[in-house]
Design a protein around this ligand. Structure first.
Ligand SMILES: NC(=O)c1ccc[n+]([C@@H]2O[C@H](COP(=O)([O-])OP(=O)(O)OC[C@H]3O[C@@H](n4cnc5c(N)ncnc54)[C@H](OP(=O)(O)O)[C@@H]3O)[C@@H](O)[C@H]2O)c1
Length: 284
């Protein structure tokens, strides 16, 4: 099958590309909005170009790893975020091609205190969450057989993410103040890519929405302590409340995702978050 990976230069896109070599029965086409060796330029906000690319390359499956992921910037410029997180998803969906799309825990309010299931009511509180939810809805309207993976707290050795920021701060500063009242689960992009490949290689196509993060639960404070501990950095980490941090955009208080459905459907084991963190740090 010919598989198109959009946003291939991002965190998840890069992991998809690395793992694609283990799937030689497929032919992969990697694209992003800027030029890079081994990938094509494809701006997914341009419907004509998207449709032409899919037709020309006889694409049988699209894995959409492209998104507007800056939560604070999305709040300031929801229109641009919507173009990429919603309308561009519709551009891909209307090609009529099989599709795997990535969404987020931000579609929920973050005010619950039990792990969110796929069937729970959505209630986004941010521009990022709203535009990502619209993307899900437009996708399912145009292409009801799509697969959607909702994930959270994504990190990898590539691009910008929390792990890389904390490593930098941990080297530069003596003390870090990090919130302990926002609870979730980190997701190593490598593990998410493995789950996506499990969906691709499954004997049947399992349409639907799935929640995927690594196993376990922690706060951003716990995550930071573990990043520094595993890296041997001596910086002191002070737990603070969200009310003590000047957030530009509201953050979910609790965004743990229930992963029972993804595990039973695709028969996958998900690594514990500290083990995945160790794997990532070794590669950095
Ligand atoms: N990061 C997280 O913590 C997180 C949490 C939950 C869910 N997710 C979801 O997981 C998915 C993957 O996230 P990620 O962290 O891997 O994202 P990422 O690193 O920001 O990668 C997204 C890629 O899409 C590219 N892109 C931007 N505009 C484009 C356009 N018009 N056409 C084609 N490509 C374009 C970006 O290029 P530029 O960098 O040049 O803009 C970037 O290479 C996204 O759907 C995201 O919403 C992420």
């Amino acid at each position: 099958m010919n598989i198109l990976i959009t946003g291939c230069l991002g965190q998840l896109g890069t992991e998809m590309r690395l793992q694609s070599t283990a799937h030689p029965t497929h032919t992969f086409f990697f694209t992003d909005v800027i030029a890079s060796e081994g990938s094509d330029v494809l701006d997914i906000t341009n419907r004509e170009e998207v449709h032409a690319y899919v037709r020309t390359h006889r694409i049988g499956l699209i894995v959409n790893c492209a998104a507007y992921t800056n939560v604070d910037k999305a709040e300031e410029d929801e229109t641009t975020a919507r173009k990429l997180n919603a309308f561009a998803v519709e551009n891909l969906a209307t090609t009529g091609t099989k599709m795997i799309h990535i969404s987020t825990d931000y579609v929920f309010s973050g005010n619950e205190n039990t792990p969110c299931r796929e069937s729970d009511s959505v209630d986004p509180r941010t521009a990022y969450g709203r535009t990502k939810l619209e993307g899900e809805q437009l996708l399912l309207q145009a292409n009801p057989s799509a697969i959607i993976f909702r994930t959270a707290w994504l990190y990898s050795p590539f691009g910008n993410n929390f792990v890389k920021t904390m490593l930098r701060f941990g080297r530069e500063r003596e003390e870090l103040r990090v919130v302990y009242d926002q609870i979730g689960t980190p997701t190593y992009a490598c593990d998410l890519a493995t789950a996506i490949f499990a969906a691709i290689e499954a004997e049947e196509w399992h349409t639907g929405v799935y929640h995927f993060t690594d196993e376990g639960v922690c706060s951003w404070f716990d995550f930071t302590v573990e990043i520094l501990r595993q890296s041997g950095l001596k910086c002191r980490v002070v737990p603070i409340l969200s009310s003590e941090y000047a957030y530009r955009t509201p953050r979910p208080h609790y965004s743990v995702l229930d992963k029972a459905k993804v595990k039973s459907t695709f028969g996958i084991d998900i690594p514990y978050w500290t083990d995945s963190l160790a794997h990532c740090l070794k590669r950095m």
